[in-house]
Design a protein around this ligand. Structure first.
Ligand SMILES: NC(=O)c1ccc[n+]([C@@H]2O[C@H](COP(=O)([O-])OP(=O)(O)OC[C@H]3O[C@@H](n4cnc5c(N)ncnc54)[C@H](O)[C@@H]3O)[C@@H](O)[C@H]2O)c1
Length: 252
């Protein structure tokens, strides 16, 4: 097993890629702390992992709330004694709203969930990881929207580009001069519940993404195996990188 004895916090673990990552990491021997806003989603993934013989704790909370983050880190330390892996996976979309259309409320919400929350979680986790002999690993689930301009609206694309910048900064500081490995994943189209949040897309934003061609669709498990690579010692010399997993969408 690739993650024996490791403790992994996974945000957004109640659905989609987070759920698949939590299940795969548990299968590989990690003790899982599954965190999500959605209590039903958390309960379901906790039951599935327990059924498979895994060790798991579920915590309901919001990545934008500092006291929820403190509770998450404290519970992880108290329950399992370490914080070895943090997967910043929770994220939201923005109906492809362009800069000409985005409201302050939408902009602030997307940046809070997709960027500021992950930074606060990384900060809290790093403060524990740097004190551990073996350090720790951070994986930020970004998007091809973090590498190109058209795979989301202005807030989504800006938040994911910034999340990749944050990943590189962690690697360049706490990575090269400390004990942390931090990498990002840039998935393309993946079959999850996030599509249901695209309720009233911007016409201009949609025209822009259609210009990028049809996205091949992947399954959450195909991203979970990328996360496993980045979490395990198989990637021990990979730090500050962005691993695209998009079925070739951005290759053409
Ligand atoms: N599905 C795709 O095509 C795709 C492509 C590229 C990147 N991504 C990114 O992958 C990540 C996972 O998305 P998914 O597709 O699995 O979506 P999903 O909607 O299926 O799951 C996201 C989970 O995050 C949780 N969440 C949302 N806001 C939260 C908050 N403030 N605090 C705690 N939990 C919160 C939701 O409750 C949900 O369970 C996101 O960061 C998303 O931007 C998705």
């Amino acid at each position: 097993m690739k993650l024996s004895g490791k403790t992994a916090i996974i945000t957004g673990a109640g659905s989609g890629m987070g759920r698949a990552i939590a299940k795969l990491f548990a299968k590989e021997g990690a003790r899982i702390v599954a965190f999500d806003l959605n209590e039903d989603g958390i309960q379901a993934v906790v039951e599935e992992i327990k059924k498979g013989g895994g060790d798991v704790v579920g915590i309901a909370g919001n990545v934008t709330n500092q006291s929820d983050i403190d509770r998450l880190i404290d519970t992880t330390k108290d329950t399992f004694g370490s914080v070895d892996i943090l997967v910043n996976n929770a994220g939201i979309m923005d109906n492809f709203m362009t800069v000409g259309e985005v409201t302050d409320e939408l902009w602030d919400r997307v940046l809070a969930v997709n960027l500021t929350g992950p930074m606060k979680l990384a900060r809290a986790a790093i403060q524990v990881m740097e004190k551990q002999d073996h350090g720790g690993v951070i994986i930020n689930n970004a998007s091809v929207g973090g590498l190109f301009g058209t795979r989301g609206g202005a807030a989504y694309v800006a938040s994911k580009h910034a999340l990749i910048g944050l990943t590189k900064n962690i690697a360049a500081t706490h990575g090269t001069l400390g004990k942390i490995r931090a990498n990002a994943i840039a998935p393309g189209g993946v079959n999850t519940n996030i599509g249901a949040t695209i309720t009233a897309p911007s016409e201009l934003g949609m025209r822009a993404i259609q210009g990028a061609g049809e996205a091949p669709m992947g399954e959450p498990e195909q991203i979970a195996s990328v996360a496993l690579f980045l979490a395990s010692d198989d990637s021990s010399f990979v730090n500050g990188d962005v691993l695209k997993a998009d079925g070739g969408w951005t290759a053409r």
